[in-house]
Ligand binder design. Structure first.
Ligand code: URA
Length: 278
């Protein structure tokens, strides 16, 4: 190859441009990686597994009968946390998360205390901007006393990482603090007995955004029986403080329906932009 005089500069310039291009693209990829990981992890594996199960005639996904919750349609705003209904502390306003956690540990308001191994209060940063609310502890959570530590929890970690955050930077809680036997759906009376703990947690953490994971959490927080399709895709206001609330799919549902992960990413993006706009 022959180069004309002066063409060295052109070659150097081209190399520099290509190098810069590679740096920009790789930085973009690094940012995108957690998002892609969240959207694609297990997709191939699960698709194959579902196909096999379908071929075997196995019903893989049974929709949970959460319609039992909140039978009257009421887009009623959530009432402010009541301050006098923590057992044993009737006249005291809880001033710290530790105080509510203590009350939860000794709670016997509903029969779930008879079957629980440990209460699952919540975990994370006490003044987090992001607060994720799930439904109820599962088997592993019941054993460890921490929310979202099983497979659904691993996916939640990926969702959080896709937002550029770590679990320790957000707060994670559930509507129920005790595991329903055999992971059955929470009963409306259990939700009512337990919801004040969550209300206090929300009032103390005062997040900039609440992400409700799944129908049960969304309905419990917004006190509505509206369908999930209606509830997804917009920013709701929680409580007197009007904390923005976005509903998305529960990670356990996403494990069964990985094709919906991109929709979940849309929800998380909506939540992120609503924080940035505030
Ligand atoms: N599912 C939930 O809703 N919460 C947990 O903590 C674990 C699984």
């Amino acid at each position: 190859m022959f180069l004309k005089p002066g063409s060295n500069r052109v070659v150097l310039w081209a190399i520099l441009q290509i190098g810069l291009g590679i740096i920009v693209i790789s930085q973009g990829c690094c940012r995108l990686f957690p998002v892609l990981q969240f959207i694609h992890v297990e997709h191939i594996h699960l698709t194959r597994q579902l196909r096999l199960l379908n071929q075997l005639g196995v019903d893989v996904w049974v929709h949970r009968t959460t319609d039992r919750l909140w039978s009257a349609d009421s887009a009623v705003p959530v009432s402010p946390p009541e301050t006098d209904d923590i057992p044993g502390r009737d006249s005291l306003v809880p001033t710290s998360l530790e105080e509510i956690e203590k009350a939860v540990r000794s709670c016997e308001k509903c029969p779930l205390h008879q079957t629980r191994t440990r209460t699952v209060f919540g975990s994370g940063c006490p003044d987090a901007d992001w607060l994720f609310v799930g439904e109820a502890p599962g088997a592993q959570e019941d054993r460890q006393g921490k929310p979202f530590v099983g497979r659904a929890g691993k996916l939640l970690d990926l969702m959080i990482a896709a937002l550029g955050l770590h679990r320790s930077e957000v707060y994670i809680a559930n509507v129920l603090k005790c595991r329903p036997p055999n992971n059955r759906d929470p009963r409306p009376d259990e939700v009512v007995q337990c919801e004040h703990y969550l209300q206090h947690q929300l009032a103390l953490v005062r997040p900039k955004i609440i992400v409700a994971l799944g129908l049960t959490a969304t309905r419990a927080l917004l006190k509505t029986n509206r369908g999930f399709r209606e509830l997804r895709g917009s920013v709701h206001a929680y409580g007197d403080q009007d904390i923005p609330l976005v509903a998305t799919y529960h990670p356990a549902y996403l494990l069964r329906n990985p094709g919906q992960k991109s929709k979940s990413w849309e929800d998380l993006w909506l939540a992120k932009t609503s924080i940035q706009a505030s």
